[in-house]
Design a protein. Sequence first.
Length: 440
Amino acid sequence: MSMEATKPETDERTVLKKARVASWGAFSGQAIEYYDFALYATSAAIVFNVVFFPSEDPVVASMLAFATFAVGFIVRPLGGIVFGHLGDKYGRKGSLIATLVIMGISTTLIGVLPTYGQVGMAAPILLVLLRVIQGIALGGEWGGASLVAVEHAPEKKRALYGAIPQLGSPAGTLLSTAMMLLFGLLPDEQFLTWGWRVPFLFSAVLLVIALLIRSKVDETPDFVKNAEKPKAKFPVIEVIRTSPMIVLFGILAVLLSTGGYYLINTFTVSYVVDNLGLDRSVALTTQIVNATVQALVLLLIGLLGTRRSPRIIVTVSALMMAAWAFPLYGLMQTGAPLALYAGLAIATVIGSGIWALLPTLLASQFPAHIRYSGISLVYQGGSSIGGMLPLLATIVLNASGGSPWSLALMLVAVSLLTAIGAFGLKRTWKQSGAAVAGAE
């Protein structure tokens, strides 16, 4: 009898162990992916407008630099469709290894690109090409990493384990910003000549480390369980055919986690340097503060999501961000670094209520045989729209004569759309006691 009593406990420990390995394996890849992506975002604000898009008009230079940033988001749905298709048909793990390698190599190559002054228009063209490849890789990464964590976890703990890979975003941002701050200590001439390249080349080291960790992750139980069942010929088409409203609401629910984040963080780096006259180090420090705050609260929110409705938490978080938009930009206008840090830290806590729970909320909307395609289409569709916000913010800010309240209105609009989207989604596993939308 003791053996019979012990076996379920042993099985549960095995499941939890595999869930931890899977979640942290997903995290390692997410960290390098977001290191690469955040590195590009920061460089677009303070480097690329000088070395790849020189212009006598700083607004034009910034718009061109942010346009290449936006390109990476435009192609992300393509990456989601391609790797979602492969992940639904052949397994999550293979797709994740591929996205990691593609992202790491393309980022490393950016570090050796010639500048506009050296080869003329060939430089920005090559930069855009590598940015496109980055976007395709990240388009397939997020959905796969989220599913590896969520599908390995016990049903009642999926919100918590799904939040672990989301730590890759602040971890990658912290590391990339720290690298830029370190090499930003160089004199401007040295920084713009070679200093900015080193963080990109460092991506090759991170790639090797992440590959070693991720290779130990098993295929997910949900995929294995359905491996012998008939598969959709084109999973993404079945997603659109069977769940059109889920796709629409899901895209809206994603907007604030991507568009709001890059509006608050990426664009802020450019805004406080160009419009408020703050030092570049202050702008980069805001990203460190934000990433640190996010890392501290993500798992707490994931734990809360195991006890309360992720759908409602995301909805309330979006409404809170709408309420915080004007105070945030009011604090920013003071020009005081501490006020800037405090305002952005509060915004980050609010935004983390969405970011931590998106994997569980979105994964629960689709059955396993089309889940990779579904979650990727929704998330990357929202991301492709959200990634345009820094470029749009540059245009709006210029058209409004530099008024920060135009940016606050943009943030309010995005927040309300996210609240509508999240509230319109179906119940999650935690709320139903069974995989309502994901039942086999």
